[in-house]
Design a protein around this ligand. Structure first.
Ligand code: UD1
Ligand code: CA
Length: 475
């Protein structure tokens, strides 16, 4: 390579245009902040730029600049992206001119991305940068579209060389029949971009400074090269329909990747974020949603309708339908649901059973413990081999603070028990059904708070007699 300077970093800078309001989203929130699979729209090009080791990365922001910048810092860290403000949107050419001001001493290649085009692959962008570098040209990304309406058209000469890009609104009848469109993504030497964007004019149908005008300038100067891409990859997000379409595409990619070693019963009917991992031989049912740092262990089975966020599922665990879990962990071989709700801080050990209508929060259950029906366990530590009967409730809140319940190994909690925290039930202690436990129970003891049973014979007849002149109750 003739121009190979010995630089520590990749010789690439990236400019991301993201000042637009996104009017067609009809939203109070900036378009760039709308999430796709849990990640803000603008983070997609930022992540691509980081993958290409571009540095610096400059984002041109305008609408809701402060909020958008905050989101960038939250996701990518302070200083990862340099922000330039474009207060008035005078066009893509104007945006690039402003962005270049933040790259004043930059002499390498500049990659220009749009904040609202999230599906471009690393391979495509690498090819574009390569094209620009190898010939010192302006490299543009183009696509063949059956329905090219609204896009800039790529005008070529009789030898196939790119002559210019004409915006739809400025195009002649003949030019509008061109089906090759400009994706709006470019790679070019910084010096060329500085020269070309300094001389843009707003004399066009929209009265804007069009970045696309640099194509004609390059055609008579440094030269234009092009890389073609399929329509799906260049898809932009302008409205909510496109937002969900792009989300579907991304999800399909993730699922087809994971689906090589795990079974997705209905790949079209799940939502899986990119940050999720699914191990070998796991099985995922219909309408399952897996978000954030969720990890599904080998051979685990996640049945229909489960919604898991930041939740770890151990190998071979089974989640029956409609289990909802957030920031929790489920041990290997555990069985959960149907209709269980694991709230943050739930840690189920190996082979634990948590059944229907059981809610847990900051609750740790040791190996093999069971809470199979209609129970609330909050701020609770449960040992191994404990049985929690149906309808058990930890009364963990006194209106001011949360307090802890401890149930030690092998204890048996009878049905319909209230454990008024703070309280401890000792090892192998037995709590009789219907108890209200307000003090610690000793190891191996029986705790019973039952009111003695009374039976009154002949009661039904006596009452019936009293009401003889009235209609008898239906029994
Ligand atoms: C642009 C291209 C068009 C191409 C299309 C592909 C121009 C003149 N036209 O049109 O040839 O086919 O993309 O999607 O470039 N932005 C700013 N500041 C501005 C204007 C825009 O930051 O002043 C940002 C927007 O936030 C957006 C991107 O630039 O992320 C593209 O702007 P947009 O108005 O959507 O361009 P198009 O009209 O779609
Ligand atoms: Ca657009």
């Amino acid at each position: 390579m003739s121009r190979g300077q010995p630089k520590a970093k990749n010789d690439l800078a990236c400019l991301i245009l993201a000042a637009g309001k996104g009017t067609r989203m009809v939203s109070a929130q900036a378009k760039m902040l709308h999430p796709i699979l849990g990640v803000p729209l603008l983070s997609y090009p930022v992540e691509r730029a980081l993958e290409l080791r571009a540095s610096p990365i400059v984002a041109v922001l305008g609408y809701q600049r402060a909020e958008v910048e905050k989101a960038l810092i939250a996701r990518h860290g302070q200083g990862t992206v340099i922000v330039v403000e474009q207060t008035e949107q005078k066009g893509t050419g104007h945006a690039v001119r402003l962005g270049l001001a933040a790259l004043s001493r930059w002499e390498g290649t500049v990659l220009i991305l749009y904040g609202d085009v999230p599906l471009l692959s690393r391979e495509t962008l690498t090819a574009l940068v390569k094209k620009s570098r190898s010939g010192g040209t302006l490299a543009i990304l183009t696509a063949e579209l059956a329905e090219p309406r609204g896009y800039g058209r790529v005008v070529r000469d009789s030898h196939g060389g790119v002559v210019e890009v004409v915006e739809h609104k400025d195009a002649s009848e003949g030019q509008r029949r061109i089906t090759e469109v400009n994706a709006g993504i470019y790679a070019a030497p910084a010096a060329f971009l500085r020269r070309a964007t300094a001389r843009l004019s707003p004399r066009n149908a929209q009265g804007e400074l069009y970045l696309t005008d640099i194509v004609a300038k390059a055609a008579t100067g440094i030269g234009v090269s092009s890389v073609s891409v399929n329509a799906e990859e260049m898809a932009g997000v302008n409205d909510r329909q496109q937002l969900v379409a792009v989300e579907k595409t991304l999800c399909r990619r993730i699922v087809s990747q994971l689906g090589r070693h795990a079974t997705f019963r209905d790949p079209e009917a799940v939502l899986v974020e990119a940050s999720v991992t699914v191990d070998q031989d796991a099985e995922i049912g219909r309408n399952v949603v897996l978000r954030g740092r969720t990890r599904i262990g080998a051979g685990a089975r996640i049945e229909n309708g489960c919604i898991l966020t930041d939740t770890e599922v151990g190998a071979g665990a089974v989640l029956l339908p409609y289990t909802v879990a957030n920031q929790s962990s489920i041990g290997p071989g555990a069985k959960v649901g149907p209709f269980a709700h694991l709230r943050p801080g739930s840690e189920l050990g190996p082979d634990v059973h948590v059944g229907n209508y059981v809610e847990t929060k900051k609750a740790r259950l040791g190996r093999g413990s069971k809470a199979n029906h209609l129970t609330y366990l909050g701020d609770t530590i449960i040992g191994e081999g404990v049985n929690v009967g149906a309808g058990t409730i930890t009364c963990n809140y006194n209106g001011y603070e949360k307090r802890q319940t401890i149930i030690e190994d092998g204890a048996f909690i009878g049905s319909d028990t209230q454990l008024v925290a703070p309280v401890r039930v000792g090892k192998r202690a037995v709590v009789a059904a219907g108890a209200t436990i307000t003090e610690d129970i000793r190891d191996g003891a029986l705790a019973i708070t039952r009111v003695p049973l009374t039976q009154i014979d002949g009661y039904a007849d006596r009452v019936a007699q009293r009401y003889a002149n009235k209609a008898a109750p239906k029994r």
